[in-house]
Ligand binder design. Structure first.
Ligand SMILES: Nc1nc2c(ncn2[C@@H]2O[C@H](COP(=O)(O)OP(=O)(O)OP(=O)(O)O)[C@@H](O)[C@H]2O)c(=O)[nH]1
Ligand SMILES: [Mg+2]
Length: 542
């Protein structure tokens, strides 16, 4: 047992040594994007950087942080490779904290290959792994983990709102918030431990524990507030899911194609054309949207179509915003009736889509029969489709129901009702009659484009709600891992509150654990395994 432990610990030390050695070697990489470009940036970091610089330039090291124009040569053959700009950042005033240099050369693949080849031939230089420059920056205390992840998000940002959120995090806003919490907790634990050690000597002021209790309670409230953000920051970082659902042939695929301005989905007059979920990434009003078109929802015996419908309903469950598309001519027919009520109509339309209470028994028995014959892709029987359609069955003709329809929890938390094919109406539709308190109805024609601008505006304002304003208030919680650690932190604080009057030593331990959880977010407490996961998503050269 002891031998095993010793062997394990010596293996760990060897690994640590290897890692340290790895962090002390000299790395190089193309830092700009691949492909032809006006300029390419090649970066070198580590103790051999000055050697590399002198070898390629065949001259002395330039002044720090000053751009100089240099001819670059292959050190082995002395052949001229290119003429470009060179920058020298001596340690510690560099991105990584080590000696760094940059070669800004012409961005052709042959030039880039020749410079990389020349650097690779210099003793002690090796190609950088993905994210290795940033990892060194973290190890040298230049960035903490939230700043590192902010930088990663900035590189991946595709919309204005994503950029704003990422740059705020990279600049340290989240880091400052978490470090402030950590420092406040450190003060609390210091007071509790001092009380444990010295209270009997009467050296500790009275009320110290009460003050800690007040601070812990206040901090807990702040963390809980930060956690109750409807995952705004995460949604903004990764994109909000908008799902188009509705009966067959109402123009769902036409709508998707219109919004993404390309023929992403097949359109045809045959009902049941779309089977698979068709997903496309869009920028709507500066917000990242993952828009999905789905199979038309209806009762069917067709095994493949049923699988499509199941996928549609599963996708709708994950939606941050659901766009329910209905067909104007069928709505119009109903509106001609004297006792027209839009909410009743919607009830019918939506229950047609999502299932009805009255027909539950029949449908369920039908579905039970179907279950015995229909299998999903992974060989599992289809589940009852009606059971996938949570929430929308209970629509009734009352204000309260309208309220419920809009306020129910996910999966259908945010909804827009689109009434498509308006161009087919011979008389104009009185839009005021469609206006429902708290529920948005957008009349539209995918054929003429009428109403499209209003719909885009409506989606955009939903996105503002879903993703929040990245510049307002406290910085957003952007990663699931922060959420996990913060929840653990809150649990530890509750444990402290529970134990403080019974066992102060255990209570202090709970506080320490709360501090550790925050430290894991910023990287004050980290392990190489966690770092590997974080830096894995970085590109080479960053
Ligand atoms: N007149 C008119 N026709 C439309 C409009 N939008 C779509 N269509 C037509 O309606 C038919 C069905 O359109 P799709 O977009 O395939 O409908 P879908 O809802 O995706 O249908 P499924 O995939 O079968 O569920 C096609 O012939 C479209 O050209 C519209 O605004 N006006
Ligand atoms: Mg379709």
């Amino acid at each position: 047992m002891h031998t095993l432990c010793r062997r394990k610990s010596s293996r760990t030390s060897v690994l640590l040594l290897l890692q340290q050695f790895r962090h002390h070697g000299t790395i190089y990489s193309l830092s700009s994007g691949f492909g032809k470009a006006g300029v390419a940036v090649i970066r070198v970091s580590g103790p051999q950087t000055s050697t590399a610089l002198k070898s390629l330039c065949k001259s002395d090291i330039p002044k720090p942080r000053t751009v100089v124009l240099k001819k670059l040569f292959d050190p082995e053959s002395s052949e001229l490779i290119d003429r470009g700009l060179v920058l020298w950042f001596p340690s510690p005033h560099s991105f990584t904290g080590e000696d760094v240099c940059e070669f800004h050369v012409h961005g052709g693949s042959a030039v880039i290959s020749a410079v990389l080849h020349a650097l690779g031939n210099i003793q002690g230089l090796e190609p950088a792994a993905p994210g290795e420059f940033t990892k060194r920056s973290f190890h040298n205390g230049k960035l903490d983990l939230t700043e590192v992840e902010g930088l990663g998000a900035l590189i991946h940002a595709e919309t204005e709102a994503q950029r704003r959120q990422a740059v705020r995090q990279m600049e340290g806003d989240l880091s400052r918030l978490y470090n402030d919490w950590r420092l406040r907790l450190l003060k609390c634990v210091a007071n509790v431990e001092a009380y444990i050690d010295f209270s009997e000597d009467d050296n500790i002021e009275e009320g110290v524990l009460d003050e800690v209790q007040v601070n812990v309670q206040k901090l807990k409230k702040e963390i809980v507030n930060h956690l109750s953000d409807n995952r705004r920051g995460e949604r903004l970082r990764t994109g909000a899911h908008v799902v188009i659902v509705g009966p067959p042939n109402v123009g769902k695929s036409s709508l998707l194609n219109h919004l993404c301005q390309r023929p992403a989905a097949i359109i045809s007059p045959t009902a049941g054309t779309t089977r698979d979920v068709v997903e496309t990434a869009l920028n709507i009003g500066g917000f990242p949207v993952l828009l999905s078109d789905t199979a038309g929802l209806r009762e069917t015996e067709d095994v493949v179509e049923r699988e499509g419908i199941l996928r549609a309903l599963n996708r709708a469950k994950q939606a941050d915003l659901t766009i329910v598309v209905l067909d104007a001519p069928s709505l119009w027919k109903r509106m001609e009736g004297e006792d027209f009520s839009m909410i009743t109509l919607l009830k019918e339309q939506l229950t047609d889509i999502y299932g009805t209470n009255e027909n539950d028994t029949t449908r369920q028995s039908q579905n039970t029969q179907n279950q015995s014959t229909s299998l999903t892709q992974d060989g599992q029987p289809f589940q009852n489709l009606d059971h996938q359609c949570i929430g929308l069955n209970a629509v009734s003709d009352t204000h309260e129901t309208c309220h419920n329809l809009h306020e129910e929890e996910e999966p259908f938390a945010e909804k827009i009702i689109v009434v498509n094919k308006m161009d087919l109406l011979t008389q104009p539709l009185d839009v005021r009659r469609l206006d429902l308190e708290r529920l948005t109805v957008c009349p539209l024609s995918c054929t003429t484009g009428e109403g499209m601008e209003e719909l885009v505006e409506r989606i955009s304002s939903s996105m503002k709600q879903i993703c929040g304003n990245p510049l307002a208030g406290n910085p957003s919680l952007t990663h699931a891992r922060y959420r996990t650690h913060l929840k653990n932190c809150v649990e530890a604080l509750e444990k402290y509150q529970d134990l403080q009057n019974r066992d102060l030593v255990l209570a202090a331990r709970a506080l320490r654990s709360a501090i550790r959880q925050i430290g894991k977010i910023t990287g004050a407490v980290s392990s190489e395994a966690i770092l590997d996961v974080i830096f894995r998503d970085f590109c080479i050269g960053k």
